[in-house]
Structure formats: C-alpha cells, structure tokens
Design a protein around this ligand. Structure first.
Ligand SMILES: [Zn+2]
Length: 128
C-alpha cells in the first residue's frame, strides 16, 4: 500500500483502501470555487453564451438579493458548470489492443508523488 498525492488535483489517497480494495484515482472536475478563482485570475475563458449566463446571474443578484444564507444566482451559475481539470489523472484501466499486453491507466495527468504512510488513527477512543 502506498500513500500518494496526485500532482494534477493535489488529492491525497492510498492506492489500496483499508478494506484491501485497490483504489483507482480519477481527478474530480473543477469545483465552483476553483472555477470562480480561475475566472477572476483570467485563466478561465467562458464562451459567449456562458458569459451571458454569468452576466444574467450577476444582474439577477443585483435586482433581487436572496435571503441571507441562500445561494446566490452567481453561486448557482458556478456550481452548474462542468469543466474537466487540465492534465486530469485517471487511473482506471484500459485494456491493451495487443493480446497479452498489460492494461494501462487512462491518463497519467501530471503524475503522482509518493508520500509517507498516514499515521495510524484509532477507530474508537475510550475516554477515562
Ligand atoms: Zn487527481
């Protein structure tokens, strides 16, 4: 068992779970927070139609602010997008077309870094 960090999404995981089952990491899509941050930094370009949807959400929030604690139209907009991560890693296996050749992972992404094992944590703690 090896603890690894995905260099594409920074996710940390063990290649084998505590139940002994092999884990095949696949990077998640970009989160709403990541999308909003990249857009603010100018590293995410929206299509004309998607930019229009964002503008409409901004206008809707300005016209009728939602109740405190409720998601805004802009937050709903960012949450509605499905954007794949650049250099996403996907460790799910693909069979080779060559008979007898080993399977390979779908996408290596930016690779992984091996980490030291996670410290053992007890499942149950009994207080005195
Ligand atoms: Zn990843």
């Amino acid at each position: 068992m090896a603890r690894q960090q995905c260099l594409s999404c920074n996710g940390i995981y063990d290649d084998v779970g505590p139940d002994g089952v092999r884990y095949f990491h696949a990077c998640p899509r970009l989160s709403a927070v990541e999308l909003r941050t990249k857009h603010a930094a100018g590293t995410l370009t929206l299509s004309v139609a998607t930019a229009a949807r964002l503008a409409a959400a901004i206008a809707a929030d300005a016209a009728v602010p939602g109740p405190p604690g409720a998601a805004s139209h802009v937050e709903d907009f960012w949450g509605s997008l499905t954007v794949a991560r650049l250099q996403a890693r996907d460790e799910n296996l693909v069979a080779s077309l060559v008979p007898g050749a080993p399977a390979s992972i779908k996408a290596a992404g930016a690779g992984v870094a091996l980490l030291p094992p996670a410290p053992a944590t007890p499942d149950v703690v009994v207080l005195p």
